[in-house]
Design a protein around this ligand. Structure first.
Ligand code: HEM
Length: 389
């Protein structure tokens, strides 16, 4: 097993004696916020949202063995980083590039999670995986109003790193990219932030509380019903996994900021300051459909009809700020990310309604889109994707 592992690691371009070396310098003195990488399900899904996101989508070039070696090397490195450890020596040998880049050295683990998913293109035949493509990983249809940029969309493998420290999240994805050099090339990347007051709902860049009626990630029954691929679902390699839909949605900030409060609240279907639904005072008061503006965002997203409960998704998006567009407008918005058991029955019907009628739509531009099958977690010694490969 040892030599197989070393061969795979080497085929992934990882220096021998790096991740595979047993002894590491006494590092990461502060070990705050360690979340286990290993487990039945991957982290970063039901994990309470960390403050920072770094997402990178990669394309793979190589053989199936290269792919397996890559995922093993990534899983081992991710487990170390989630423990707050560097992936190898930061210093020592003046004649080689340090195995760990050092940018997170000495920082606490910061609740780092690394979540790995497989895009539809991974199943196109290059790796002999065509027969294993889940039916639920059907390409998303085009939606009305989409302005998708191919350079911000798709990818063979998506890696979501979340942490309470942006530098820890950056280090994690940068390190995986470095380990994968020669096998993967980065296709697009997105950084994001989520600023939520302790135990309360955070606000998005429109100034509204976002997440009020999200699925409760600590509700195991809801997670089994709407998020996790179940024991009876196919394909078997996805059981304990889920599907991620990511959309980079630019908000037309200047136009939104010029709209009056009455319009903003009608578009969302909630009050801005309190987050309460129409006809109520408190954020978590039940939504009364008769009191809601027709075509408000929340009523289109969840019409509260017989089929609506089964459509509900676990939203886990992050705001982004990418500076300015060439015309001087702010290039910021929401990197929408949602986990679900079957996008064909959850994200797609919701987004069809939103694209057709959502009052918020005037202020939103979908500029990127990606879909990933997120396999179950792995055991120590295994790797994310070992149920597939
Ligand atoms: C920049 C884009 C978006 C913004 C600013 C936004 C904002 C909001 C806000 C303020 C709420 C109300 C509070 C809450 O319950 O979380 C909400 C609810 C919701 N949104 Fe969005 N949203 C966006 C895009 C989307 C997209 C693309 C989808 C799915 C296709 C979606 C699905 C939902 C759902 C399912 C709810 C909960 C509705 C309910 O059950 O009451 N949103 N969103």
């Amino acid at each position: 097993v040892g030599t197989t592992r070393r061969r795979l690691l080497a085929s992934a371009g990882l220096a021998a004696g790096g991740v595979v070396s047993g002894s590491l310098p006494a590092a990461a003195a502060a070990r705050g916020g360690r979340l286990p990488f290993h487990g039945r399900c991957q982290g970063g899904i039901t994990t309470p949202p960390q403050g920072h996101l770094r997402f990178t989508s990669f394309d793979v070039a190589g053989s199936r063995a290269d792919l397996a070696g890559l995922l093993l090397a990534w899983s081992e490195a991710a487990a170390r980083m989630c423990d707050g450890d560097p992936v190898g020596p930061v210093g020592g040998d003046p004649s080689t590039a340090p195995v760990d880049t050092g940018d997170a050295y000495g920082l606490p683990a910061s609740r780092l999670t690394v979540t790995i998913g497989f895009g539809p293109s991974l199943f196109d035949g290059r790796f002999g995986l065509r027969a294993h493509r889940p039916a639920a990983l059907a390409d998303l249809p085009a939606f009305r109003g989409d302005r998708l940029d191919a350079a911000r969309s798709g990818g063979d493998i998506g890696v979501q790193a979340c942490a309470d420290d942006p530098q820890v999240a950056f280090h994690a994805v940068r390190t995986l990219a470095r380990i994968g050099r020669g096998v993967v090339t980065a296709r697009w990347a997105q950084a994001g932030f989520d600023s939520a007051p302790d135990g309360r709902t955070g606000r998005n860049l429109m100034g509204f509380k976002d997440g009020t009626n999200n699925l409760d990630a600590s509700d195991a029954v809801a997670m089994h019903r709407n998020v996790w691929v179940g024991d009876g679902d196919d394909p078997a390699w996805m059981r304990g996994g889920t599907y991620l839909v990511a959309r980079r949605i630019r908000i037309r900030i200047e136009r939104w900021d010029a709209s009056d409060l009455d319009e903003q609240e009608t578009d969302v279907g909630r009050r801005k300051v309190s987050g309460a639904p129409f006809g109520a005072r408190s954020e978590f008061a039940p939504v009364v459909p008769e009191h809601e503006p027709r075509h408000s965002h929340i009523m289109l997203a969840n019409p509260r009809k017989a089929a609506s409960e089964a459509e509900r998704i676990l939203r886990r998006g992050y705001s982004f700020d990418d500076g300015l567009l060439p015309d001087g407008k702010i290039d910021a918005g929401l990197f929408f990310a949602a986990f679900q058991r079957d996008p064909r029955r959850q994200f797609v019907p919701i987004q069809r309604r939103l694209a057709a009628h959502d009052l918020l739509g005037e202020y939103l531009i979908h500029t990127g889109s990606a879909l990933f099958a997120v396999p179950p977690g792995c055991r120590p010694g295994g790797y994310v994707g070992d149920t597939l490969l």
